[in-house]
Design a protein around this ligand. Structure first.
Ligand code: SAM
Length: 334
């Protein structure tokens, strides 16, 4: 029997996002500075065994049934398939169904690791790709890697990972003229593209509300060329739309203009073992300290419960009460 991980608003948490590293091989302008990131010393980053221990308590005790590995860039962490294998072996409630293991990656090295990750038990992957134009890709990511990312998407499909989704952050005046091209790319390759509204989590603090391209604008642009109709959202943050001609679906994650906080079922573990109840949480609970001093599962579970109990109703972006978190996206784990 699992105990639901429920907050004061009645939201039951089933989804754990684990950042396996704060390091990244890209420097996307909307996320990281060009230089000057202070990386965590290796000793502060959770080991695979420590990650597994925390994940085990979440899965066996609280019925967390979905775990996504992220970063930083998760594929820069050595031996990632070993961690995937450890997580994939966890069973909900201890003897229930296996946990659903997913990965979010920039895709640059996916062509060489997709097979090993799938063999280790990875089921699904989201690859970030904000533009199809080489020059713009270089400007946005500060790396000339678009060919490798495109190969990585194909490799993920070939490795049997399903679904393969493509995440694109849309910014006004930067890549909003590519919404239809990216949608067409998804239709052609048989992958679901999900457009993400830009959030105030960039290290350079350049985010402005005027640069956010809203879900309404994104869907209108797609619908004008490839007519779509909405389908039920469920617990997913993405609002989903199917193409009326049957060529799959497209999604928008409208974190800013239509936040899904009231249905949020996520908690997040940073690379150094801080548990957060929200991307925009200002408080964290130090699980690494508990694990390293040999705390029992009950104490760990109590700390996880306390973190979730403090979860705010919503993130308040655009309201006077909004407080920007101290960490940027790559330091939290997107
Ligand atoms: N490196 C991996 C990647 O590129 O997918 C995983 C980590 S990255 C922080 C996870 C996702 O967060 C990516 O899809 C990225 O585009 C998105 N992201 C980063 N900064 C963002 C921001 N300020 N607003 C919205 N999405 C952001």
């Amino acid at each position: 029997m699992t105990e639901p991980l429920v907050d004061t608003f009645g939201r039951v948490h089933r989804d754990l996002r684990i950042s396996v590293t704060d390091r990244c091989n890209f420097r996307c302008t909307y996320c990281m500075p060009v230089e000057g990131m202070q990386w965590l010393p290796r000793s502060e980053v959770l080991t695979f065994e420590e990650i597994e221990r925390i994940a085990r308590v979440c899965v066996e005790r609280f019925g967390i049934d979905s775990i996504r590995l992220t970063g930083g860039e998760p594929t820069v962490r050595a031996h990632l398939p070993i961690l995937v294998g450890k997580i994939a072996a966890l069973r909900t409630g201890g003897d229930g169904p296996p946990v659903d293991v997913a990965l979010t990656t920039n895709g640059a090295t996916l062509r060489s690791v997709a097979g090993d990750l799938a063999a280790a038990g990875l089921r699904r992957v989201n690859v970030s790709l904000d533009t199809l134009r080489r020059d713009r890709f270089v400007e946005l990511t500060r790396r000339d890697e678009i060919d490798h990312v495109l190969e990585g998407i194909d490799a993920a499909v070939e490795a049997g990972l399903h679904p393969v989704k493509v995440n694109a952050v849309v910014m006004r005046g930067v890549n909003d003229d590519e919404v239809v091209d990216l949608a067409a790319f998804g239709r052609d390759r048989g992958v679901t593209v999900r457009f993400i509204e830009w959030m105030p989590l960039d290290a350079d603090e350049q985010w402005r509300s005027g640069a956010v391209v809203s879900q309404a604008e994104i869907v209108a642009a797609i619908d004008a060329v490839y007519p779509v109709e909405p389908v039920a959202r469920g617990h997913q943050p993405a609002e989903r739309f199917v193409y009326r001609d049957g060529s799959g679906e497209v999604g928008v994650i409208p974190s800013v203009t239509r936040p899904f906080c009231e249905a949020c079922d996520r908690i997040r573990l940073t690379a150094e073992g801080q548990l957060r109840s929200c991307l925009f949480a200002v408080d964290e609970v130090d699980l690494r300290e508990l694990v390293r001093r040999g705390a029992a599962d009950d104490e760990l579970a109590g700390a996880i419960r306390r973190c979730v109990a403090k979860k705010a109703a919503g993130h308040m972006i655009g309201q006077v009460q909004f407080v920007r978190p101290r960490r940027s996206m790559s330091q939290i784990g997107g």
